[in-house]
Write a protein that binds this ligand. Sequence first.
Ligand SMILES: [Zn+2]
Ligand SMILES: [Zn+2]
Length: 397
Amino acid sequence: MKWEKLKPPEPDDPMCCCECDMDQYGCCCDCEDLDEAFNRWLKDGPPKGGCQSPARGAIVGKLEISMIPVLVLLPLLLRVAALHYLLGIIILTALPGLVLWYYYATHRKKRRTLFFLTLALFSLFYMYYLFITEILPRGDVSQLQQCTVTAGVILTVVCLIHTKRGPGVVANSLHEAHGHSQEANKDSAQHNGSIQSAASSGIAAELQTTKEALTTKWSTCPVCKIMRPPRAGHCRTCGSCVRRLDHHCIWINSCVGQANHRSFLLTLSVFLLTSLYGIGVVLRSLCPRQHLMTALLYCPGVYSQSSMALCFTCAWYSSIVTAGLLFLLVVQVLNISFNVTEREAQLALRNKTGQSRLWGLVIDTGEYSRGFYQNWVEFLTMADASVSPRASLTDLV
Ligand SMILES: [Zn+2]
Ligand SMILES: [Zn+2]
């Protein structure tokens, strides 16, 4: 396309396909400009007089107009979809398309947005709300099942909060630490010091780091202009370099990197287990005579009551979300098994330096892979990014 030639993508950033501004080419309506204007009003416009607490200020500062469609439209659309099964098919087919459209609309401008995080959290809480208010009164859900679903929802949120504490941003101090470790290595060489003697002076760990650092290659980020360790990447959406960057996840509104990759995977797994279990419990309550596998496709009489129809529609909605996230989990597990990050896979795909495996589900670069078992050991034991700035409360959104 014409606009791609004007500004080619940077080879270092696989998540950036094109930074061009479509407005120059005659895009007549830009909803994001409207978003931005409203966001400015939210942040700057309101209170005159009276004191505003820092916490409230932080929350208002994070508000976005893009959260409103989620909070208003999602329950409305699901209720309309529950009116008739044909409406259900149309709306539930269109919803993923609408979300994808919004994703590409925001992705090209590389802006952080709370839309997807709001959608994810609101969907989770709305499904749980319906479970409590519509399914429990039917009286066929045991206390154990109720506790399991509740524990799953709470655990998902706890894991999500942990994931949101930060991906492990590369800071200048990390490079300084790297420099110190190199100096330590020089000193030890001059004094003919062995690792054993260094251990007594407490720099054995530094020497180990030095050994690793000398065999690996640090590079300068073209945007941040800081030195970063191997496998680190720059995220344009967050505007920072992240250690062992995997990808920027729109659903958590944060990068997934060395510090939070494990908890990201845990969040995903806990959510999927809770969701699959919850869908099973709801379907068993709505269609007790049907087999669980066929109840989602055929549940006679479910549209005779509005509350039953709404729960059935929500079971379908949850199934679509679960299927999408299950695919993401499979890709993540395969990537870890081959010791490749999503960023490296995309780069290898673009530069044609990787091998496509398992029907294209994973791109094997062969650069870091040391076998299935060792790759998982490395992933599960890799250190958190120790020199990352501590996440503040406001960063959690
Ligand atoms: Zn950078
Ligand atoms: Zn990011």
